[in-house]
Every structure is written in C-alpha cells, then in structure tokens.
Write a protein that binds this ligand. Structure first.
Ligand SMILES: [Zn+2]
Length: 354
C-alpha cells in the first residue's frame, strides 16, 4: 500500500465526505456525524464504528490544526476497523472483529480544521520541513508562525493568557500583521488544548459536550511535536494506580512502535508537567477530572528536527538521548500514529482499558 498517498490527507474540507464514503462501503456498523462547529463555522466531523457493548474508547486528533499526523493515523485506523486494511502490511486478520466485538470506537480525526486550512495556505504540502530550514533564524521564524501574536504582544509588555488572546489583542495583531493567529490557535486565537477550564472556543465546547454524551472509558489524544515521537502519562495530579496504568499504555505503545521498526524517543514514557496553572486546564487533565482516568497523550514527530533544537536538546537531560534521531518520513509518521491507535485499542481490549 502507498501509505502516503492513501493517508497524507490535506483536503480538509472533504473529511466528512471521506469518512461517509468509507463507512458506506463497510459491512460493519458505522455512523458519520458532526460534533459541532469551528470558530469559522465549519463542521467538525466524527465517526462511530462498531456496536461492541463493553467499551467506548475515543480517539481525538489535531486540536492543534497543523498537527496532522494524528489525523492521518486516524484515517488509516478507520480503514483498518472498517475494511481490515493493514498499512504496515502485517497480517491483521480478525483484529477489527475482535476490537469491535468489545468496543464502539469513536474518532474525531481533525478538531481544529480552520487552522489546518490556514496551514495549507502557508505550507501546501502541510509538512513543516518543506517550509523551514535548519538554522536559529529559521527556528525563530517557525516559532513565530506557530505562536504569534504572543511575541508581538510580549515585546510591548502585554501579558497574554496561555489559552489564547483576547479579541482586542487579536485585533491589534491583525492590524499590525494583516494575518491570522499562529498555528497553535483556532481562527479566533484560542489554544484549544489549554481551553478546558475557560471553554472560550466553540471547538472545545463541542469536544466537552461530545465527551459528556458518549462517556468514554478511554481517551487517546494525538499531537505532533518537533521532538522524536513519544507518549506521555499525561496527568500530573493522578493517583499512583492511575499513573501506573497510563504509564503501562505508554510503554506498550512505544515498545510496539520499535517492534514495527519505527523510530521514536529513546527516553522513557514521562509525565506531562508543562505550564501548570490555576487559570486553565489542559485537555488530559480535564478528561482525568471529568471523564475517565484512562487518558493517554502522544506526540508524533513532525520530522522538523531543526539543528538549533538539537543543540538545545543536548543540554536538556529530558531530551539528550534523542539528539541523533533520524529524519522521519511522512509514511513513518502516519504509521507511528496508526501503530499507537492500534496498540491503544489492542491493549485496551486485552486489559479492559485498565
Ligand atoms: Zn499540539
């Protein structure tokens, strides 16, 4: 199978149609629906596969709209569950039936679709490596494109909340730059990942209501990052028991990734402790507190491992083992994402998502 051709998907406006077409050809129960609308009024598509009565896992990707390897892996996994397609060419006969006998699986493959469309205007291939070079200036240009207007406002001494920008701040940025916000944000300047206390964004409201309705017993959330692919036991405030459970899923997801010959972080699965604050909740914390303790958060590498970042990683004990990670191809990124979804469901059914 040509994995890149099949799943390096950039026709974001057609995602709902893509899902509906796949669902209509499957002999298995499947339903395509929308969970709500984006800030610019686009539908956010989702799919429900199977009718297994025991478990309700949910897989969510691309709350940051440029982080599309999660989306691509979801599409590959959806094909596996609907049509027994194996993107790695390994024999998976009977696997989808086994999973769907126990589970009703739901995917939200691309939450921040507005941002994905803005990203495609900026980088038509939707691959950072095609748009940014390896030096320090290129890194800064990349960080600016991702985070602005944060730096623009901070230079003027204006404090910005981690979950985004006020309408006035956005207006100031638009007047200055003539552009929308950076790729971390939705079209109104909200960082969805950090918006689970504030719920300023229609996208996070939609996810919240969807999770409330489904009451999943397991959630996998997928992101991309510059660093080598890695999984987190994501919840800082978890009990020992829940922390060990999250860790076990993360370790197995990494082990099977290596068994499939795919590159990833040589560091252990770690906790996610960045930016703890009373002002906002990050998505995994929200899920832990309000939905289910079975939450795993994973980052597929973007393949854009800039020299400047490698140097910084060399001086960081949490990253130093990874400085030699090779460039990861697009098919490998898709397969990483697929492999993690596969392991999450496989181990989940084997262990009752505990
Ligand atoms: Zn992200």
């Amino acid at each position: 199978m040509d994995v890149e051709k099949s799943y390096w998907f950039t026709q974001f406006e057609e995602l709902g149609d893509w899902l509906a077409e796949r669902a209509s050809r499957s002999r298995r129960p499947a339903r395509v629906f929308t969970i709500g609308k984006t800030a610019s009024g686009r539908d956010i598509p989702a799919i429900e596969i199977g009718d297994g009565p025991m478990h309700r896992p949910v897989i969510i990707a691309a709350q940051h709209g440029t982080e599309l390897a999660g989306t691509n892996g979801c599409l590959a996994a959806i094909d596996t569950l609907l049509h027994d397609q194996s993107p790695t060419d390994e024999n998976i006969t009977g696997w989808a039936d086994k999973i769907l006998k126990a589970c009703t699986v739901r995917f939200v493959p691309l939450v921040n679709i507005d941002c994905a469309i803005r990203f495609r205007q900026h980088v038509p291939t939707c691959d950072y490596s095609d748009a940014y070079g390896t030096g320090e200036e290129e890194w800064e240009r990349y960080a600016g494109d991702y985070n602005e207007p944060r730096y623009f406002l901070e230079k003027q001494g204006i404090q910005t909340p981690r979950y985004g920008f006020t309408p006035e701040q956005m207006e100031q940025w638009r007047r200055h730059s003539g552009r929308g916000p950076g790729f971390r944000y939705n079209d109104r300047g909200d960082d969805l990942y950090f918006d689970y206390k504030t719920f300023r964004a229609p996208e996070t409201q939609a996810i919240r209501d969807f999770l409330k309705q489904v009451a999943p017993n397991a959630v996998l959330e997928l992101h991309n990052h510059e660093h080598p692919s890695r999984v987190f036991a994501p919840v800082v405030g978890t009990t020992t028991e829940h922390g060990l459970m999250q860790l076990a899923y993360g370790e197995e997801m990494m082990t099977r990734l290596f068994e499939r010959g795919l590159p990833g972080s040589k560091h252990s699965v770690r906790t996610y402790t960045y930016y703890t604050s009373d002002d906002y909740l990050q998505f995994p914390e929200y899920v832990y507190q309000h939905v289910t303790p079975m939450i795993v958060f994973a980052e597929i590498t973007t393949g854009y491992l800039n020299d400047y970042l490698r140097k910084a990683m060399h001086d960081d004990p949490m990253n130093r083992r990874d400085i030699d990670c090779p460039t990861v191809t697009r098919p490998q990124r898709i397969l990483t994402s697929w492999s993690w979804i596969h392991t999450f469901l496989d181990l989940g059914v084997a262990r009752n998502f505990q």
